[in-house]
Design a protein around this ligand. Structure first.
Ligand code: DON
Length: 319
């Protein structure tokens, strides 16, 4: 058994310990069969519920992985965290707060009611409304230019060239009436800066970008490391942008379950409906996980359990 560390101190344990701990964590939760694979996007319904990968990236560049950590899947809502960072980096702390917001809705990620209840404000960049509003703020004079900004930005966080899963993009485009409605509603309130059709298309493409659990760990570790990618050494964003992003994640990264998440894990995190999850330990590193079965809020069951276990074992709870 792993001893629970009392407080968050120092750096991650020695590499050998981390690898053994990750393997033990993987074994502990592999047999957990709770949760259900997302099916509102047809291409996601076919995901293998047994896939389970964990990867831990430290700010010094060390990466430790176990299980299906190099299997690609669509990033989905985890893109929202990094789009927020990229747009914050362009427009600044106060502009994104005013245009998008940083408060939790208390409602599911695809809520339309949350927009109506808040006078048309998108509320935060981690729910679909706020993510669409954030993508609407991406700089560029054409859709192509804006797409290059998005894909290059996500790739810089990952430290490698990322690509779209064409099948997921096609499937989601054919079934995203709800996001189109959200964009239209935001636009009617003056809360979406760009064309709603183009913005939903960019948002859908951004959600379809393929990553692995290892990529998520490196992307998260870049936020943990003040914006410098620990794998490439490239500065992606400034430290102040990391602070803004991690604050927004703490408030809303796991939607209406963000309070429970913070209470149990004590670190900012972001989930996606394909089963990805990233948990960030500021100054230390990040955990990326992939396991498709989700809880009712749309958060990976095994991913949350693994994050909880590792947070305790490594003493990473910030509080
Ligand atoms: O817009 C959607 O519904 C999806 N592309 C992303 C939603 C998502 O990942 C929610 N996460 N748990």
């Amino acid at each position: 058994g792993v001893q629970e560390a009392a407080v968050s101190t120092g750096s991650l344990p020695a590499p050998a310990d981390v690898q053994g701990l990750l393997a033990a964590t993987h074994e502990r939760y592999q047999q957990d069969r709770r949760g259900a694979v997302a099916d509102y996007i047809p291409a996601l319904a076919a995901a293998d519920p047994d896939l389970f990968g964990l990867s831990l990236a430290a700010v010094d560049g060390a990466v430790h992985s176990v299980g299906d950590a190099t299997v690609e899947f669509s990033i989905q809502s985890i893109s929202k965290a990094f789009l927020f960072a990229l747009v914050d980096s362009e427009l600044g702390h106060e502009t994104v707060r005013q245009a998008v917001g940083v408060n939790n809705t208390g409602l599911p990620f695809d809520s339309v009611m949350a927009i109506e209840l808040n006078a048309g404000r998108p509320m935060n960049a981690m729910v679909n409304a706020g993510a669409i509003a954030t993508t609407g703020l991406v700089p560029g004079s054409t859709g192509d230019e804006r797409w290059v900004f998005i894909l290059d930005g996500l790739s810089a966080f990952a430290g490698r060239d990322l690509h779209v899963d064409a099948e997921v993009y096609r499937s989601e485009t054919a079934s995203n009436g709800r996001n189109r409605s959200i964009a239209g509603l935001l636009r009617s309130y003056g809360s979406l800066a760009a064309d709603p059709h183009e913005t939903v298309d960019l948002y859908t493409r951004q959600c379809s970008v393929k990553v692995t659990a290892e990529d998520l760990a490196v992307m998260g570790a870049t936020l943990a490391h003040g914006g410098v990618n620990p794998r490439t050494g490239q500065r992606v964003v400034e430290p102040s942008v990391c602070r803004d992003t991690l604050a927004a994640l703490a408030a809303s990264g796991l939607y209406e379950r963000s309070g429970d998440w913070l209470y149990e894990i004590g670190m900012p995190g972001k989930s996606g409906v394909s089963g990805g999850l990233v948990t960030i330990s500021p100054g230390k590193g990040a955990l990326g996980s992939f396991s498709p079965p989700l809880d009712p809020a749309g958060n990976s069951v095994r991913g949350q359990r693994a994050a909880h276990y590792l947070s305790s074992a490594l003493g990473l709870n910030l509080f």
